[in-house]
Structure formats: C-alpha cells, structure tokens
Design a protein around this ligand. Sequence first.
Ligand code: NAG
Ligand code: ZN
Length: 615
Amino acid sequence: MAPRGLSPNDPSSYSRPDQIILTNIFLALDANFERKIFSGNVDLSVKKINEDVKELILDSKDLNIDSIYEKETGRKLNFTISSPIEEFGSKVSVELPPDAPTEFVITIQYETSPNASGLQWLRPEQTAGKQHPYVFSQFQAIAARSFLPCQDTPFVKTKYQAVISVPDGLTAVMSAICDSSRSLGGRGNRKQLFHFVQDIPIPAYLIAIAIGALESRDIGPRSKVWSEKEVVDDAAYEFANTEHQLRIAEEICGPYVWGRYDLLVLPPSFPFGGMENPCLTFVTPTVLAGDRSLANVVAHEISHSWTGNLVTNANFEHFWLNEGFTMLIERKIIGRLENEHLQDFEAYDGLQELKDTIKRLGEDNPLTQLVVNLTATHPDDAFSIVPYEKGQLFLRYLERIVGGPEHFEPFLRKYFDTFKYKSITTDTFRNFYESNFAHIDAIKEIDWQTWLYSPGFPPEIPEFDMSYVKVCTDFSKRFIEWDGVSPIPFTDDDVKSLRTEQLIHLLQKIIAEEPQSIEKLRQFEDKFGLKSVKNAEIKYRWLRIGLQSHWEDKIGETLDWLVHVGRMKYARPLYRALYDWEVSRQRAIDSYTKNKDNMMHVLAYTLSKDLKLSE
Ligand SMILES: *[C@@H]1O[C@H](CO)[C@@H](O)[C@H](O)[C@H]1NC(C)=O
Ligand SMILES: [Zn+2]
C-alpha cells in the first residue's frame, strides 16, 4: 500500500511545507558504536506559512522519539507517531501551541535505530584498517528520515549545523564545513567533538555523515581527499585532477558556491558508485584504478554542485532535472578535459545502456517516462538509468534546437543563477526555456508531451561522433572471428592505441557474444595485460567473460576479489554468473555464507535472492 494524501508537493513525504516550513536544522548527536545508534537532539526552526496551522507534520523512520518541546519556553508539545507505511516510515504530528509565534524553534530528543535504512554501521573487520568501527550515511532518496525527524522532501531546503561527539581516535566528516573540533571528557571516557556548518540551504537528502579512522591529504586549494590511511595516498593520486575539473565546471556553470570540494573514499563495502553530498562527495574505492581513468565519476559528482545541489528537483518525480542535467554537464567537462570524441563516445555508451534498460523494463512501462508518477511508487523502485540518459538526450536535443552550446550554455548559467537555492519542477524549467528562446521559431516543434510524459524511446536520437566507437566494433569483430589457432589479430600498437574507455566498451561487446574458447581468452589476456589489471571496470568485465566461457581459473580469482568488493554493480552479476555454472555454484554459496556478515545489508539481502538461498 502506498501513502495517500501526502503533501501536495511530494508524494513520498508526509510533511506539509505549504502550511509550515523548516528554515534551519541544528543537530547535537552522540555516535554510539556499541549500540549502533545516534542519540541526542535536533532543533528545528519553523516558520508558519498558514497562520492558522495547528500541527507540524514530520517524516520519521524507525526513530525513537523521547520528547518534543518548544525551545524558548521549554514547554512540552504533544505529539503522535502513526504506524509506519512500508519504506515511507511514520508520520509524526506535533501539536502546536495556540499562541505560537510565526517563527519558533522546537527541540526533539530522540535516538536512531541500529537498522536505520540510511546508515551503515561497520565492524572493524569490514574496514580497510580492520582496527576501528565505521559508520556512513546514504540518504537519497528518502532515508534522511531514519537519521532525524524532518520534512524529508527536496521541496524544503534549509541550512544546517551539527555537533557530533565520537569515540576518541575517530574522526567525523559531514556534507558541511567542519569549523572546529575538541576533546571532551577524561581518561577512559574521552570523546572528540566536531562542529559543522552548512550555510547553503539544502534538501534533507543531502545531509550526510561518516565516522571512522579517517585521514586526509590536500589535493588542491579547496580540496582534500579523506579515507582510511591504508588508501589515502592512492586516493590523493587518483583525484589529483579535481581542481582542474572544478575550474572547467565553473567555466560551464558559473561560480562554485560551496567553498570546499572534498572527497571521501569509503570502505570497500560501500555499495554504490558515488553520492554528491555537498562539500564532500562520497565515492566507492573501486574508482581507485591507479591510472586516473575512472575520473568521470568525479566529473559527475562535481556537476551535481549545480544540478541537484543548487537547483534541486522539487520531488523525485522530476529526478531527471537532477540527473539528466548532471550527465550533460559531466560530458561537457569530459569533452573539455579530453576531447569531443570522448564526450560523444560516453554519450553513445549511455544510449546503449538506455536501450537495454527500456528493453528490460518494457517500452510501455511508465517508469521509462522522463517525468514519472510516484503516487504509488517508492522512489528507489522507480530508480533506473532513464532519468540520466533520456534526460541527457532531451537536453542535447534542446541545445541543438536553439543553435548549439554557444547559445545553450549561457542559458544554462542563467538557469542555475535564477533557480539556485530553490527546488523546481519540470514546468518551471520548461517555462524558463520557452521564455528565454521565445525568439527562436524552431522551439515550436518541440514535442514536450512525448519527451516528458511518454514511455519508451525518445522521439529523436541525435547523431554522435562515432570515431571512438568504430575502433571497438572493429576490434570486437576481429576477436570473435579469429579461430584461435592463427596468431592473435592484434599488434602491440593496436593495444596501445586503445583508450581505457574503449577497452571497457570492447569487453562489454564481448560479454554480449557467445562464450569464447579458453585458448583465445588466454592469449587475449596476455596481449591486453588483463591478468593483473587494477581498473575495476575492466577487471569486472574480464571476470564475467571468463566465467561465461567456463574458464576454471577465473572462479578463484572472482571469489577472492568479491571478498573485498561490495559495490552492487559488480558483485551481483558476478555472483549470478558463478551461480549459473554448476562447477562454481557451491563455491559461490560457501563463499557467500562465509562472508555475508561482512557485507552491507542491502548486498547480503539481494545476493541471498540471487543465490536462491531465500525467496
Ligand atoms: C498518478 O497515479 C495515481 C495512482 O497511482 C493516480 O491516481 C493519479 O491520477 C496519477 N497522476 C497522474 C498525473 O497521472
Ligand atoms: Zn548523479
């Protein structure tokens, strides 16, 4: 059952910011690693929109709320917590005193739950250093409510401040600027207190926290990389171009307003690629390729500093405003950093992925619309590549219609400047575009209805520069047609001429082919230096090719790798491939059983289904 009668602004939130709206959040929390909870209080500043409003409605999930009172007077406020509706959590209704002023502050005393959906608590053995525990958050789309009671809708943006106390020896970081820290307490009970400030209004899903044995290295005038000390130097090397990317992004988008741009490399069990938490991007350690070749993840997260974090979707039905724009900017950065062939190559790659996804979901599936209807759907269930790639295609189309980047990019900067610090819907964007380009007749032919609200393939696919793709297609054909007896049809120069992105694309093409002979694979592996490859995108694809060709050497290699790598994008398809082959099936199950306690809950849970160990 889906929630009904939720906010007119957001089907995924109980809150009513049209009645009374949060204007500031102040968190004072203690991180308790024994109990795996945060406890303390939050001050919510609120402002009435409707002077007659009788209650403040907040989102919450698995929170243990002790008391709520008006901060200034100390008056207790009555509240009720409704029974939870699935993943949406519970509605907290706080009764407002009849004489409450237009603006006031309430304090809520509460604890989180050990299984808060937005928090991952790691035991020491799940970290790189294996000595200290760790916790990190992932609140997008609607998990901030498992960390604090709030208006958990991107329609509402507030500044926040936080005071976080952590066990001695650990460091806290947040999606904010840390402006001080100090020790607290005596021997045996010493704590470290960190103070954070985020002065730019952000939606609740961009609040973020991580605590662990963290170190940092400067990688630029406004950037540090944070991680456990075991990987901090590798990370500093990998992300050395961050400042360069930031400057290119500023050329395209306008000034970077967030002050710092730091990166946090999470433990290997982090199940995702990256998350654009302001001032502090979270990334998976699998992007540490050793050769800076996976930097597009950083270009993507940097782009979010404008698209998503500055101009935000009003709710997740308009998620393409966050991700479609971000893909567009990411590829513009790549284009300027490298060249336009690569920009188009990545866009073409994305188009292939979009085609696969639309085929898998079905051409009539409403989730393949650019703007989706989330009234009865959890945002996580609607999540797919569609808002990213279809959104990017739409924006490329809109760019072409008005005469290309020289006309569209100044418009983009104006768009960011006009709607910064705001949350908007698709209609707002459309009106802004149409009024800015009213003098261009060609915009009349834009079929907004089909692009935005029809499922399936976009009405128009642009032409891409295919120069990088052609090479991959040719290499793949040569390899597939090769008999494995005559000499391998690639010279050393061929190998050298291939960019990392092209090798990844080539391997992806081979995965889609019939299994190849092990003899051919062995020679290919030698020729292309794949045996000890560090790049996770390459390694993952090579292991899949080996397993689907029933190459026994690859079973042990895959299992060894999966002990360390918890990124779902790799772990699930590899476990499924091991399961599909009777020779490796039992070993996969044994390995899973042995390691599942070290996996992130979401991965252990989905793998148990993939391995048919649970329904
Ligand atoms: C969205 O879906 C709900 C039912 O799940 C329906 O009642 C509503 O009319 C739909 N909204 C639009 C705009 O199609
Ligand atoms: Zn993104």
